[in-house]
Each structure stands twice: as structure tokens, then as C-alpha cells.
Design a protein. Structure first.
Length: 249
């Protein structure tokens, strides 16, 4: 399984950050990195192919594209790894092994990953937390974000962090926020963007995502009102039937 993924990417400038956003419940990380790529001048520089996983082929306006792509963001020190293919837990280790080997060969300076997690949370917990190695915390985190209090991370983020504990591994940080599947959880994606802007020296116009978030909220509010009206009408009909039946008793 160690060679289940092939990375097709030419040499990139050394010393950059690899920002990872994958398909996951709530789709917040994928939404965030897709918005970054669409909003910032970027160039697709490579892709990743799985040898042993069923692949998908996304397309837009009739044009197909690779499901897992690498982008160089102009005027930043960031390379984005964006994947529309869900990486199942059994494939997480070979995926991360290939990515980290490529990162070492490309002299990537650090790895950051966005990871939405569907878990029960209070309203005040709807924010971005981090799990990061000490070198990453020292050079990137300035106290604005809170550490994740405890637990375990599995799958791809767990493998990235496990790998980061080995000698000579690049500084690694995983950003975590609660997500609401099936998604897209645009509010969670906006939280990721705010966190990245506070950590890295770049900004992204979030207005289109904010508009989408409002449209989604309006849609579900309207849907909720409609459901309440239908339930009220059904209850009224049941009440009428009940009293009509009593008249003939």
C-alpha cells in the first residue's frame, strides 16, 4: 500500500507551507481551500493519482479535472493541496507517506491542514482550534487560537500529526472546527479562512462565501417555516376529524 498514490508535480520553490484541504464531512475544509484558489492568483502545478482507490472525475462546464490537485498561490509562500476525493481511513497512511515524501523532496517548510469534525458542541465552541507540534506553535501561533483540549485524531490528520513526531519532520499544525454535515458548511469554511488570515500573511475576499452562507440560512429558515405551516395544517385537520367523529358517537 506504500505506493498507492502517485504525485505528479514538478519542482516547487523550497521553504513554502503546504496547506491541505480534503473532502470531509461538512465539506468546510474543501470549501475554504477552493475559495482561496479561486480568489487568489494561483497556478495548478500538479496532481495526485491513487492506484488502488476508485477514482472520481469532477468536471465543470463539461471540462474534466483531476480530483486531487496542487496549486501555487502567487505572492505567497503557500502551496495548496486540494482534494475532492475522500481518502478513507485505510488509505490515510499511504496517502500521507507519499505526500510527506514529496514534501521532503520539495523542501516544504511546514504542513498545515484544515479538518472539520462533526461533533456535539456548544455555540461558544463554534470556532477554530489547533493541534500542532511545538515548532509549528512557536513560529506560527500567536495566542489568538485555542488548543484542542483533548481526544484523538485519526485518518489523514492523525497520520500527518503522527508523522510530525518523527525526527526531522516539518512543523505541522492541524486546524479543527465543528462541522455540520452533509454540507457544505459555509460558516465553518469562513471560520477556517479567518484563522488562516490571522496566521499567514494573506487575505481573501470572503464576500461571496458570506452571501452564500446567508442564502443557505434563508433557505433553511424558509423551509422550516413551511414545515411548521404543514405541521400546523395537519394538526388542525386531525382536530377537525376528532371533533367530527365525536359528533356521531
Amino acid at each position: 500500500m506504500s505506493r498507492s498514490f502517485t504525485i505528479n508535480c514538478p519542482d516547487v520553490e523550497s521553504g513554502q507551507t503546504l496547506l491541505v484541504g480534503l473532502a470531509a464531512p461538512g465539506m468546510a475544509s474543501l470549501t475554504a481551500v477552493s475559495h482561496i484558489v479561486d480568489s487568489v492568483e494561483s497556478t495548478e502545478i500538479g496532481h495526485i493519482s491513487p492506484a488502488e482507490l476508485p477514482a472520481i472525475t469532477p468536471f465543470e462546464d463539461g471540462v474534466p479535472r483531476h480530483h486531487t490537485r496542487l496549486y501555487d498561490l502567487e505572492n505567497t509562500d503557500i502551496v495548496v493541496l486540494l482534494s475532492e476525493l475522500f481518502v478513507p481511513p485505510f488509505a490515510a497512511r499511504p496517502f500521507v507517506e507519499q505526500v510527506t515524501q514529496w514534501a521532503a523532496d520539495a523542501e516544504i517548510a511546514e504542513i498545515a491542514m484544515l479538518h472539520p469534525v462533526p461533533y456535539e458542541h456548544a455555540p461558544e465552541d463554534h470556532q477554530v482550534f489547533f493541534v500542532a507540534t511545538e515548532p509549528y506553535r512557536e513560529q506560527r501561533l500567536n495566542g489568538e487560537l485555542q488548543p484542542m483540549s483533548g481526544g484523538v485524531l485519526d485518518g489523514v490528520p492523525g497520520e500527518f500529526l503522527s508523522n510530525s513526531l518523527t525526527e526531522d519532520a516539518p512543523p505541522t499544525g492541524v486546524y479543527v472546527t465543528p462541522a455540520h454535515p452533509p454540507g457544505p458548511d459555509v460558516d465553518a469554511a469562513l471560520l477556517f479562512l479567518d484563522a488562516l488570515e490571522s496566521v499567514y500573511d494573506f487575505s481573501v475576499d470572503q464576500s461571496s462565501l458570506e452571501d452564500l452562507s446567508q442564502k443557505i440560512k434563508t433557505h433553511y429558515e424558509t423551509l422550516g417555516e413551511r414545515m411548521a405551516e404543514l405541521e400546523a395544517a395537519e394538526q388542525s385537520r386531525d382536530d377537525r376529524d376528532f371533533y367530527a367523529d365525536r359528533m356521531y358517537m
